[in-house]
Write a new protein. Structure first.
Length: 440
């Protein structure tokens, strides 16, 4: 997880037709059941909509219980009979295709969908839904960026004045009025960020941006330079594996939370106002270590990387280091499959899905490279109760792999449209999927 590159050639899926069914695996666990203990650890063949899992600290194996492996995705074109699978009552349509690895996606106040095409150094905008289920209008909003990922609008509300973009090495903003399909002015750099992008050997390169509920704080996530290098002896890890706090004008305030190896996706809970992160953890400790996670982020909180993980568990590669931090390591709210590569997340505030989905989180799982049997390549639902996670997660949108373990799709971003549909970017097939609830 966290590599951000593919093995082999990524093929764009041909055709734009709608299928009502796809490859359905009959050997998966039943929907509705919560799998726990060893049964909670899964691979692609057992992922199907409606299956819930709950992983706890007690379920974690010892380091090196299995050997760490390099098992990158074998990308193939989408087979003619392959289509993402959602729970009963949901419909999946192909909203856009032929894109060059679409990444993070965020909705503007008027319903436009802004998408980062990081490897093309541009941000595109998609407007409306036509009779064929496709976007009515598609434009390039801004280009000449530097591996953009995070996108957000400021100030919050119906009439923001700026679009903020997280380049790999900076935060920039562009003047904006609701309805703009083209940037109305040049990007203004507000702050430099550590790194510089994977193409320059900069490690984790994605930078997300969210604003506090009161609009006074800007939170920028910066992943680690490495898998598990010690910041004590590696100065390139300075201000990395952190969430950094700035003013909206770009003044650095402090490290808001640290030891978070790679908080790829950020979200603000709409009720509590807490910052949440969807996080890639470290690799090469075995198939079932270390769990990726989704969690609220405590101000000043320490999440373990690189010396500790998931509470007081020391990484054997740093044995004896920083014993004073052992009891300070925060256990995340929701433990996911190790090596899932958990990316963008959000809280569902739409009105289209059934009432029980209201307030739950959704997150895109890009899929493993560091596991003997692949896992991930799906979108998950994280049940919430009164603003707090239950600790479970549920397979929601699956089917991005073939029965023999090859991969045709890799979810990256999630956004909720004005009509309450869920939009999912997929940089494996170069597509955006639209998931709507019909009840049928």
């Amino acid at each position: 997880m966290g590599r951000g590159f593919y093995r082999g050639v990524v093929f764009m899926a041909a055709g734009a037709f709608l299928l009502s069914a796809s490859i359905v695996r009959a050997d998966g666990p039943p929907s509705g059941k919560v799998l726990t203990g060893k049964d909670a650890f899964t691979d692609y063949s057992k992922e199907r909509p409606g299956v819930r899992r709950k992983i706890t600290v007690a379920d974690l194996p010892a380091p090196y219980a299995t050997k760490g492996v390099d098992n990158g995705a074998d990308m193939v074109p989408r087979p003619n009979d392959a289509w993402p699978q959602a729970p009963k009552g949901f419909k999946v349509e192909l909203y856009a295709t032929g894109l060059n690895q679409p990444r993070l996606i965020r909705k503007a106040p008027n319903g436009d969908l802004f998408v980062a095409l990081s490897y093309q150094n541009k941000v595109m905008v998609f407007r409306g839904v036509g009779p064929d289920g496709k976007a009515k209008q598609v434009e390039t909003f801004a280009d000449n960026l530097n591996m953009p990922f995070g996108i957000n609008f400021y100030p919050a509300g119906p009439n923001p004045k700026w679009i903020y973009i997280g380049n790999t090495d900076s935060v920039v903003r562009i003047p904006y009025q609701v309805g703009d399909l083209k940037a109305r002015g040049p990007a203004q750099k507000l702050a430099d960020l550590p790194g510089g992008g994977r193409l320059r050997g900069g490690g984790h390169w994605t930078r997300d941006i969210v604003f506090s509920k009161d609009g006074t704080k800007m939170f920028v996530s910066v992943g680690s330079h490495s898998n598990v290098d010690d910041p004590d002896t590696h100065p390139e890890e300075f201000h990395r594996a952190d969430v950094l706090e700035f003013t909206p004008e770009g003044k650095f305030i402090k490290v808001y939370a640290y030891g978070i190896r790679n908080c790829v996706g950020e979200a603000i809970h709409p009720i509590t106002g807490q910052l949440w992160c969807s996080t890639n953890e470290r690799d090469m400790l075995g198939d079932d270590l270390v769990p990726d996670y989704i969690t609220h982020v405590q101000e000043g909180g320490f999440y373990g990387w690189p010396w500790w993980y998931i509470g007081p568990h020391q990484d054997p590669r740093h044995a004896g280091k920083h014993p004073e931090l052992k009891n300070k390591v925060i256990v995340p709210d929701v433990l996911l499959q190790p090596h899932f590569a958990s990316l963008e997340m959000l809280f569902y505030e739409g009105g289209q899905f059934p009432a029980e989905y209201k307030g739950d989180a959704f997150a895109a799982e890009h899929g493993s490279w560091n596991r003997a049997n692949r896992s991930g390549y799906e979108v998950i639902r994280v049940p919430m109760k009164d603003g707090h996670a239950t600790g479970e997660y549920e397979d929601f949108l699956t089917g991005f792999t073939t029965p023999d373990g090859k991969v045709w799709g890799r979810p990256v971003g999630v956004a909720v449209g004005d009509d309450g549909s869920l939009y999912v970017t997929d940089d494996g097939s170069g597509s955006i999927w639209r998931v709507s609830y019909t009840g049928k």
